[in-house]
Write a protein that binds this ligand. Sequence first.
Ligand SMILES: [Zn+2]
Length: 648
Amino acid sequence: MGVVSISPASIERIGGFLGQRFLNNKEKRLKDWTLAEEFISMYERKSHQDWFWIGEQAGKWLDAAAYAAVISRDEALRERVLQAVDRLAASQERDGYLGITAPWHRTPVRGMQLYEWYYLIHGLLVCHELLGSERALETAQRLGKFIMRTWGVGEGRFPLMGRFPGNGHDGGEGTLILEPMVLLGMRTGDDSVIRWCVETLQMWDEWAEKYPESRHTGSYSMMKAVAQGEAELYDVRDNVHAHTLHMTLLGLAALHEATGETEYRQVVLGCVDRIRETMVFITGGMSSGERYVPYPYYNPRNDIEVCPMHTWILLCAQALAWTGEARYAEEIERTLLNNFLAAQRADGSNWHYMMPMNRPAQPVGTPNCCNSSGPRIAGRMPTFLYGRSGQGLAVNLYCDSEVFFGTGPAPGAGGLGESANAVSVRVRQETSYPSDGRVELTLEPERPCRFPLYLRIPSWAKGTEVLLNGERAAVSSGAAGEGFGGDRNPATGDAAPGTYAMIEREWRPGDRVEIVLPMPIRLHRGARELAVLRGPLVYAYFQSQQDDPQRFYWNHGLYPDDVELVIDGDEPHELFEEEAAPEGWLGPALRVRAVQKPRAPMFAHEAANQRLPGRKEFSARLLPFANHGAQGGPHAVFLAYTSGKENG
Ligand SMILES: [Zn+2]
């Protein structure tokens, strides 16, 4: 038994850093009506004549906007989404085609259509599930039938990998369509859809061999080999596309849910573990220029795309739903609070396409894959905070918030405790986490009720204390969903890092649980460079945030490349000093001794060279990397360091 993310309808309030970014995403991106109008009207115009996959935008917007509308009870946004569903439905052609492409350009299929439909079907299914739109489901169903008639196995149908006219992404990447098709088949109960899914999956190996130019995806056998540790991720295909691989794995996960075939689940969990162990950076990003590449070629200056982070979060949520293992929730937190939100402009208006660790991000621009993938996850971010685990409640991420497990009609919002007499429970979480490690939960069941409460203890949080109504609580450690016994330690009171600590009791109104997480500063150190972490946050040096006395043009004096941190001891807490972050920034800031390296003699005249700064000491200010979107200019997660001995 695992931990299933809670329904968006259960969320009463979300605050803190995640809440602010959720809200900004909704107000400044999802409610940008000019953008939304453009995404929908492309379907009405049907004049697109390029390979470019811009038709995905409508689906991602529907999905993100429906989640955000339900979570924040935003009626205007909800209305807008339902209108968009009606307009999309009205634009659907008689044969079920729903797209942006001019009829003469379909010839008879267009490369990357399946990628666009991946998001469109997802968006429509979300509108059916969360907003109750039958029209959305009917539209998705007709599109699904059109896809099954045009693509797949059998005479006159197009393989999901292959050479298609006008295909932009060198060879088809259609294996990704598996996920929304399976979900559609499950939602409608139409077995013919699931059969189509299984039949096409059986062809993946053959197609992969026949069409080596299809480099975005790969064969099922290779994914299985990766899962079993017999191949590396970058061996799936030469230059395999990280995001497409993730989407394809989500399809295998859905097919396990539909068919019960255990091998699909093993392949997905095996690949997720391999990605986690070998491909995820300390900031929770992955890939380089959209691809998984062999280890020696990674560099902190490389581009890190938002899209594969967004599907990585969904893969981890799936693995958590299956296993209840705390490490998957920790990966969601790592990615959200570091590389993912670093890519969002702080006001929510846009996202960077690539968010490198040690190089300025490209300026944000017109609609692209990433500035719609970012909003898709940000729109549902609050649902990752809590999960249901059998009859219990799991707290996956700490964040100021309030949730209500009601007995009302909202799907998945049922009460807690033994199902026959489940009761409604309100849970209030008060905390400044991730700036501070103190978390206070207040439980308000409508009447006393017994259920297990699972609290995730991060792997870095050694010595976490859990208090119940002010007294040290006896907890047991393990995966969520497990009761006492099994792999769980007895309830000794120690909350083991990297597990869920469980308290099972009869909860009474007003019961209070306090979790005191130590927030250790850690150094992630190589021979020449290091990164600084505090709790779940990876820190960065932002050039614009230093007290450079040589101020000019937004403080562009001390480039990250010119700086070395002075690390003259083994106890990080003695080397760093905490101070308040600038207004509106996630903090705290960390102060550390640093030296500015002497400059190269770059002037033609010696007199000018003599005025260049020599080696000089200064106090560097580091701030969480997630603040990146609050500023502009160079930054670095990895900084050179010195023991300081050269300074005497
Ligand atoms: Zn992208």
